[in-house]
Design a binder for this molecule. Sequence first.
Ligand code: PAF
Length: 279
Amino acid sequence: MQALALDLRRKNTQIGFVPTMGFLHKGHLRLMARARQLVGNNGVVVASVFVNPTQFGPAEDYSTYPRDLARDARLCREAGVDIMFVPTAAQMYPKQGRKEFSTFVVEEKLSRSMEGLSRPTHFRGVTTVVAKLFNLVLPTVAVFGAKDWQQAMIVRRMVADLNFPVRIVVAPTVREPDGLAMSSRNQYLSQDERRQATILWRAICRAKEIVRSASKPVSAHLLKQELAMLISTQPAAQVDYIEFFQSDTLDPLEEVEPGAHIAMAVRIGRTRLIDNAKL
Ligand code: PAF
C-alpha cells in the first residue's frame, strides 16, 4: 500500500482516504463520495477496512464486530473507491520476533473525557491505527464521520501536533428516517431495541428545543437530568454519559447555549450507541 501511495504522490496525484472498520453503511458511502469530491476525478480514493483490535477493550465486541468483506468490496466498487486496503491484524500488529509491535500514539487531553472515560484504552488504539494508516496510505485528505465527533477532534489534534501533512475533513452524520444515526453496531439491535434506539436522537432534539427556547443559558446539570429522565422512559435504555462541551476543544460546559455541543452514550440492551450534535 505504501509503495503504491508513494508512486501516486510522486506523480502529484491527490489521495482521498476513508478509514473504516467495514460492515459499510450509507454513512460510510457518504464519506467516500465526499473523498471523491475533494480529490476530483484525477485523484484516487482509498478506503481501508480494518477492525482494529487495539481500540477495543477486553470486555468489548472485537470478536463479534460484524464483518462482511465481500459485501464491503461490492459497496466500495459501487461508491467509486479506487483502492480498498484490507490489512490483517498480524500485519498491522506483528506479535513475534524482530517486528513485534510496541509503539503507540497517545493524545493526552481530548481523549480523557466521554468515550475516553468509559473506554480507557480506546483512543490510544484509534490514534495509533490512524497514524499507521496515514503512513501507509499517505493521503492528502482524510474524511471522518461527525458521528464519532470526539474521535474526529482527536485525530485533528494528532495531525496538528505531529505535523501529518494531511487535511482532515469531517462529514455530517447520516441518519435513518426516524433519526437513528447510522452505525455498524445498529445491526446488534432486536426489533424492539431498534424502536427504542431512537431515544438518543429524540433526546438531542429535546435538548435543542430547550436550549433554543430559553431566554438565558441553561444549567448543564439540570439539562442532563431532564434528558436522562426522557431516556429512561425506554425500558432497554441505560445512559452511560451525557455531556455538553465546546465543539472543537471538547471543554465541558456548565451553562448551555445554542452552538454548544452535546454528546451521549446510551446502552440499548447490550448494544452501546453514541450520538452527538451541535445545539
Ligand atoms: O471510526 C472508525 O471506524 C474507526 O475508529 C477508525 C477511524 C477506522 C479507526 O479504526
